[in-house]
Design a protein around this ligand. Sequence first.
Ligand SMILES: *Cc1c(COP(=O)(O)O)cnc(C)c1O
Length: 385
Amino acid sequence: MTGFLPYGRQTIDDDDVAAVAEALRSDFLTTGPRVDAFEHAFAEAVGAAHAVACANGTAALHLAMLALEAGEGDVCVAPSITFLATANCIRYVGAEVVFADVDPESGLMTEATLKDALAHCDDRKVAAILPVHLRGDICELPAIRRLADGVGAAVIEDACHALGSGMRFASGAARAGDSRWGDLAVFSFHPVKTLTTGEGGMVTTRDARLAERLRTMRSHGMVRPAGADPWVYEMAEPGFNYRLPDVLCALGLSQLAKLSRFVERRRMLARLYQAALAPLAPTVRLAESPAWSDPALHLLTVLIDFDAVGKTRAQVMAALRERGVGSQVHYIPVHAQPYYRTRYGPLDLPGAAAWYGRCLTLPLFPAMAEADVERVAEALAEALQ
Ligand SMILES: *Cc1c(COP(=O)(O)O)cnc(C)c1O
């Protein structure tokens, strides 16, 4: 690819455009057959029993919290290194956030950092634990499940980065979203993610009751009682309009057919990066991938020792930009955001601070050419000089 390389970018082919055009000419722009078709195909793709499509990944997180009936008086644990939405969805339902620290080399919440966070939950009810599969690498789910069971909490996997990722633990293998260890898993189809619908999201679960609640809360909390007159609906609790329209489900279906191609391409580019960045070690290292994780990387994040280089991250990012290479920071610790700092005071999460101080995400998306990886590595070497 010539020209500027963003850190992430969608891949839209002519058949994606045709699928959307066909949906636009059909009888249903929303609440039609393509929603069901997308949900079924997605459930099949990740090995889930149920998949519920919704407006975006943030809505998916909110629906997951609503499905669990978490609320005021409850606490939920989320890692500090994630996108804002993972923590915000906890506040949407009135529960409080307890931030977990992360491993400074992988950026993931671990068994140890979760234990620490649970110790800060005091005697409040822990409604949910939200591990984030950062970059596409999988958290230690069996250990997280054990700790969750110990306090009676549900597990919501934020799998927004992990579509197509696999895992292999002593107790078995699984795919992100199959809910083998989690209760619910959440995906986003924002254009930078592995598969896009423009805006869109999905919640998967193996629990039919949770799936039913997700569907009810996705559409205003409306239920049609069995045997009632055809116009009758009832609302026990106000829900939302978080539906994903047929037009976008058509795009999702078309994209989903390419998932294995996207995943293979990401894996191949990640392997090229490994080789291309090796000469820059130890100043630049790839984020660590846990042994059990078989990631379909969404983000190619490196850890840079900026002190050793004698340059700030802003300088390095500017030098990369001059060379046509985009980069991004994933993420600013959420606990340090003004809203959370005001609410919970300053927190000491050294793993999150160490991660944040060194992380930089480099371009990774299927349309990149193999030569682009070399180009990025050279630009980074020059930028650090
Ligand atoms: C993208 C993302 C979200 C939110 O998804 P949207 O579709 O943008 O609402 C939530 N969590 C993580 C980790 C994400 O990367």
